[in-house]
Design a protein around this ligand. Sequence first.
Ligand SMILES: O=P(O)(O)O[C@@H]1C[C@H](O)[C@@H](CO)O1
Length: 291
Amino acid sequence: MAAINADLSVNGYTFEDIQTLAKEILKHTSLRPKIALICGTGLGGIAEVVENPITVPYESIPGFPVSTVEGHSGNFVFGTLGGKQVLLMRGRLHYYEGYPMWKVAMPVRVMKAMGIETLLLTNAAGGLNPKYNTGDLMIIKDHIDLPGLTGECVLIGKNDTRFGPRFIATNATYDHDLRSKFKQVVLELGYGNILQEGVYIMIGGPTFSSAAEARVLRMFGADAVGMSTVPESVVGRHSGMRIFGVSLISDMVDMEDGSKFLVTHEDVLKTANERALLMQKVFVKFIHLID
Ligand SMILES: O=P(O)(O)O[C@@H]1C[C@H](O)[C@@H](CO)O1
């Protein structure tokens, strides 16, 4: 009879499982990048400017989950960007796909096991700040972990201290130096007019916010709302990584009752597509500046 694990407080992947996954992925390449980038919805195009890319599809990694969302292709890409070795994750896992939080953020632990020290997070998010516009880039200066605040923190469960300590501070998660380098790059490219810096709030999704919910999120102090990123940044921080995050404002969230504008995933993909070239340019220059 198969062993029964009735201890539901145990997270699904042990430290040994994570090491095994990391070794399995690293079999495909001799590169050992220290910088990783998780591509948000429709933002996987950054991988197209990776030099000498080595692609590792998730299906080829035994035990690795797949992303089921359009705009997330489902592979790791190793190569060089801006003169640095990088690892790109094209196809993140989302909570609303049915994955528990610990599974959503598991790839970050695998990245740590592969030697990643700096984690760059991108996402598509809805603008809540009325000064923002569709197509803006918002550097994440802080986040609100709404699922975490309501009992779905990614670190819930037994803690294996080989991953990190039981309790962690999550203030100052987003690295100041990386934020100012990113700002410098966007300004140098002449896109200061679309650059914002603000607070990202994660909701579970997959529903986009109702107008009343959006007003609450804004009252909480959020500038943009999305369905990812926070579990990844929390797990990255837990493991001692340096974290940077940027949101592409893919749509402006409707906060007025009776509005006829109904946002769709296609709207999100369309904005991401329109910003694809700029994102490539920005990340090549940005990664070049990262030490
Ligand atoms: O992976 P991200 O956070 O970029 O994806 C956003 C949130 C939802 O997954 C999707 C909604 O269109 O885009």
